[in-house]
Design a protein around this ligand. Structure first.
Ligand SMILES: *Cc1c(COP(=O)(O)O)cnc(C)c1O
Length: 401
């Protein structure tokens, strides 16, 4: 029966976050007693550092529990500006920074402030699951540009050029990338930077994983290779991944004053401000000692080495070595066309279902990231869990015929 109240056209064109959905299904199975190995989690398996928690508790005890300024408390925005200056040499004033309820919400504010019907926004696939839907919610059209495993999922400016039109309004860059872990090369960023300058695109650089890299030296960044882009670039970051604070919901954006002001207008008519208590905790994270992200990263290194070695020993599986973040994104398409008990595996969705049902492994199908030949495993979990999960994965693939 048709419900009496119909839904908006807007909501009908988007889908719920597939990564959150897989994680929810895995958690529900686990709660029901199933021995699930959960590789679907998109967050560090660390606790928020104690000094950050203490700052959150102190904020409650001190009654810091009221509305704050829409863009965030001034001392947090100052501290964020200081971080950008110290870590990158980029100079922002506090009114060039917005604090929002998570990085995802920052992106949402940006899209609402910048994009509308008729605009096209370039999104590189494999992409983070939320980019296309957040763009669509603004009325604009996400234009999906494929990256290739053969090129280590680096940007390919000649390929990108084929997707550019007069309506191209912006591009989203994510390096290190979720789901591939790839980092864009300086040369490719320089070429794309020139295209952005020429086309007057807004460049959105999602740097949420920039503290978790496995490369030597500074992560290549479009603002470093192409500083002229400062006037048209929004840098997105936050404490969710770097300080294991996903539940606190604090992200931030730095960029041109008039765009930040427009994003503040959107925020003032939606959430008003990010949680006052969480902002105080984020202040402790951003202005305190910066060794936590490094300690966390160092814990990820042996896990990455182990999962990559184990994966690539499986016949038919190939995997680009991640340069950052905490995901591997193997190509599993050699197993497409095979079947289990007469049930065919036609793509990543079938494979992920098979792995969950028959091997009790939760992983996110590549199709959620616009790359159906792949599957995403998070290694933000303990070594014994990774070992058990990889053993199951290997057996499950061998059982397909
Ligand atoms: C986790 C993540 C974010 C931000 O997440 P929040 O929890 O909303 O702060 C942004 N971009 C990518 C690619 C992510 O993986």
């Amino acid at each position: 029966m048709e419900p009496k109240i119909s839904l908006s056209a807007r909501v009908k064109q988007i889908k719920p976050s597939p990564t959150l959905a897989v994680n929810a299904k895995a958690k529900a199975l686990k709660a029901a007693g199933a021995d699930i190995v959960n590789f679907s989690v998109g967050e560090p398996d660390f606790d928020t550092p104690p000094h950050v928690c203490a700052a959150g508790k102190a904020a409650i005890d001190q009654g810091f529990t009221r509305y704050t300024a829409v863009p965030g408390i001034p001392e947090l925005r100052e501290a964020i500006a200081h971080r950008f200056a110290e870590d990158h040499g980029w100079h922002y004033t506090a009114d060039q920074i917005q604090v929002a309820s998570g990085g995802k919400h920052g992106l949402y504010n940006m899209a609402q402030a910048l994009f509308g019907p008729g605009d096209e926004v370039l999104v590189l696939a494999p992409y983070w699951v939320s980019y296309p839907d957040i763009i669509q919610l603004s009325g604009a059209t996400p234009v999906i540009v494929p990256l290739t495993e053969a090129k280590d999922f680096d940007l390919e400016p000649e390929v990108l050029a084929r997707y550019v039109t007069e309506r191209t309004k912006g591009i989203i860059l994510n390096s290190p990338s979720n789901p591939t872990g790839s980092v864009f090369s300086r040369a490719a960023l320089a070429a794309v930077g020139q295209m952005a300058l020429k086309g007057n695109w807004v460049v959105i650089s999602d740097d949420i994983y920039d503290t978790i890299t496995y490369i030597d030296g500074k992560l290549p960044h479009i603002l470093d290779v192409c500083p002229e882009l400062m006037e048209q670039t929004l840098v997105l970051n936050g404490v969710s991944k770097s300080f294991a604070m996903t539940g606190w919901r604090i992200g931030y954006t730095a960029g041109p004053k008039h765009i930040i002001a427009a994003m503040n207008k959107i925020q003032s008519q939606s959430t008003s401000n990010a949680s006052s208590v969480a902002q105080k905790a984020a202040l402790a994270a951003v202005s305190g000692p910066q060794d936590f992200p490094r300690v966390m990263k160092e814990a990820f290194v042996p896990r990455l080495d182990f999962i990559l070695k184990t994966l690539t020993e499986i016949p038919g599986v190939t995997c680009v070595k991640p340069s950052g973040a905490f995901y591997v994104f193997p190509n599993v398409s050699a197993y497409f066309g095979k079947s289990f008990k007469g049930k065919p595996i036609t793509g990543s969705l079938d494979l992920a279902d098979y792995l969950l049902d028959e091997a009790l492994i939760a992983a996110v199908p590549g199709i959620a990231f616009g790359a159906d030949r792949f599957i995403r495993f998070s290694f933000a979990t303990s070594m014994p869990v990774i070992a058990e999960g990889m053993k199951r994965f290997k057996t499950a693939l061998a059982n397909l015929s």
